[in-house]
Design a binder for this molecule. Structure first.
Ligand code: NAD
Length: 512
């Protein structure tokens, strides 16, 4: 049952959960940065404790030490947040007023990301385990994306439709209402920002759940939301677990749209849950992307693009090029060049400026990756390099390459979501297209060639939402990203992202 705004007011005013954890804690990071980390739920531009929830321990993947605790909400906290978001949508001018207010707030938020760039990047390093250079890249792309999305707020143009002098016809692009956003832990700030930008530019209000493993940057952003001038209730954060907070968001009758980034398994459940109240859904799910190196490729450039395509962000990238196909004519030379490059990867303390590979995000992820390496060995793939834990503290896994893989091996078919590359040799273009498309996923793909005909032919035949050509994981705010097949549907970034957060109303007026 939907709770009224009286319920909302009553519950926001109470300190509801009797815990000694304060609503913010001072954190001192290993790189000398100190800041106030919020720990509560952010509802109606206020920090509150959950109605009856508990706390979550947040662990640093690179040290295995507890960083802090934060509050976790439950289903009734989601109800309060949804009531706040619904109230803001229906009773303020956020959606229907001058759109430049939305432009201004999003631009200010982007500026605040940059003002706090080093703190935000450091939070990601601490919480996610990624290296500082990767984290700085996430902050920069997130800020630029917010700016790009802000530009759409006053360009939600409908169409005038000519049907003769008897009628006036036009369409309006309208916000949907309350958007529920649920994100994964591999790019906590960036995935959040990919949803904040278009949802808010379009005039929706939001209830957001960060991943339970990485709640800290979202809570830091909540403070910036208030400072950027978003009206109370427009953006709300409820930290919590998938089966409680996530389930409630995906089933709540007053949420009109779910935008989800995570696994295909949970994505399917979200789709089922959303069907009960016919919510609109965007799903950004898993991948097992193929990278193809043709014999006419610029080999230096291809090596430079391929090794980060799988080892960037410790391989915890949905679009990671985890299947590599190399033409037989260049195979031996290419693989030895790739191996040379991989041997230069420095792992370790992710705050160290010279480190390029940090820790896997959680003990569960760490164990899953090592299990897949065991499976690869048992399946008869040849372990070229890596295959073990790095060090004895923190969830570090060596960059790992398997060659001589067969199409039906689990390490070729299943998403590992870690630094594990499966390499095959191919001899013809038709054969490699077939192999690349032999996957239930279709998120991204890569081709490396200097032949324009190969680019045109192969990119049209690959069944993937993105085809990178002579580059990889090279994201730009103006270029849409999103999957085919079981990698999901709906786009993030680019002009197309906005379409996921609007509904089109047709107006047909008889003239007399
Ligand atoms: P996950 O599906 O387990 O969790 C993602 C989010 O869903 C988390 O916030 C989690 O709490 C929540 N969740 C879990 N159960 C839920 C439920 N029953 N109802 C509602 N929410 C629930 O995924 P993960 O392991 O955290 O993330 C890794 C996956 O995300 C990989 O498959 C990766 O490819 C994918 N991913 C995709 C993209 C993309 O843009 N396509 C980007 C990043 C990650």
């Amino acid at each position: 049952m939907f709770r009224s705004s009286t319920f909302l007011k009553a519950n926001l005013k109470n300190v509801r959960f009797n815990s000694s954890l304060p609503l913010s804690v001072k954190l001192n990071l290993p790189n000398g940065i100190s800041y106030e980390q919020p720990t509560g739920l952010f509802i109606n531009n206020e920090w509150v404790k959950p109605l009856r929830g508990e706390t979550l321990e947040v662990t640093s993947p690179s040290t295995e030490e507890v960083i802090t605790k934060v509050y976790q909400g439950l289903e009734d906290d989601v109800d309060v947040a949804v009531a706040a978001a619904k109230n803001a949508f229906e009773t303020t001018s956020w959606a229907t007023g001058d759109p430049t207010a939305r432009v201004r707030a999003l631009l200010k938020l982007a500026d605040l990301y940059e003002e706090h760039a080093e703190t935000l990047a450091s939070i990601e390093v601490l919480d996610n385990g990624k290296c500082i250079a990767n984290a700085r890249g996430d902050v920069a792309l997130s800020a630029n994306y917010l700016r790009s999305a802000a530009g759409f707020a006053d360009k939600m143009h409908g169409e005038f439709i000519e049907t003769g002098n008897t009628h006036l016809n036009y369409t309006r692009k309208e916000a949907i209402g309350v958007v529920g956003a649920i994100v994964a832990w591999n790019f906590p700030l960036m995935l959040l920002s990919w949803k904040l930008g278009p949802a808010l530019a379009a005039g929706n209000t939001m209830v957001i759940k960060s991943a339970e493993a990485t709640p800290l940057s979202a809570l830091f952003v909540a403070n910036l939301i208030k400072e950027a001038g978003f009206p109370a209730g427009v953006v709300n954060f409820v930290t919590g677990l998938g089966p409680t907070v996530g389930e409630r968001i995906s089933t709540h009758p007053d949420i009109g749209k779910i935008t989800f980034t995570g696994s295909t398994l949970v994505g399917k459940r979200i789709m089922r849950n959303a069907s009960e109240t016919v919510k609109k859904v965007t799903l950004e799910l898993g991948g097992k992307s193929a990278n193809i190196v043709f014999p006419d490729a610029d080999i230096d450039r291809a090596v430079e693009n391929i090794y980060p395509s799988i080892f960037y962000n410790t391989g915890e990238v949905c679009s990671a090029g985890s299947r590599l196909y190399v033409h037989e004519d260049i195979y031996d030379g290419f693989i030895s060049r790739l191996l040379e490059k991989v041997k230069t990867i420095k792992m370790g303390n992710p705050f160290d400026e010279s480190v390029v590979m940090g820790a896997q995000n959680s003990v569960a992820q760490f164990k899953k990756i090592l299990k897949y390496i065991e499976i690869g060995n048992a399946e008869g793939a040849k372990l070229l390099t890596g295959g073990k834990r790095h060090g004895n503290k923190g969830y570090f896994v060596e960059p790992t390459i398997f060659t001589d893989v067969k199409p039906n091996m689990r390490i070729v078919q299943e998403e590992i979501f870690g630094p594990v590359l499966a390499v095959s040799k191919f001899s013809s273009t038709d054969e490699v297209i077939k192999a690349a498309n032999d996957s239930t996923y279709g998120l991204a793909s890569g081709i490396h060639t200097s032949n324009i005909n190969t680019i045109a032919k192969v990119s049209s035949q690959l069944k993937a939402g993105t085809v990178f050509v002579n580059t990889y994981n090279d994201f730009n705010p103006a270029v849409p990203f999103g999957g085919f097949k079981q990698s999901g549907f709906g786009k993030e970034m680019g002009k197309d992202a906005l379409d996921s957060y609007i509904q089109i109303k047709a107006v047909r007026a008889g003239i007399y």
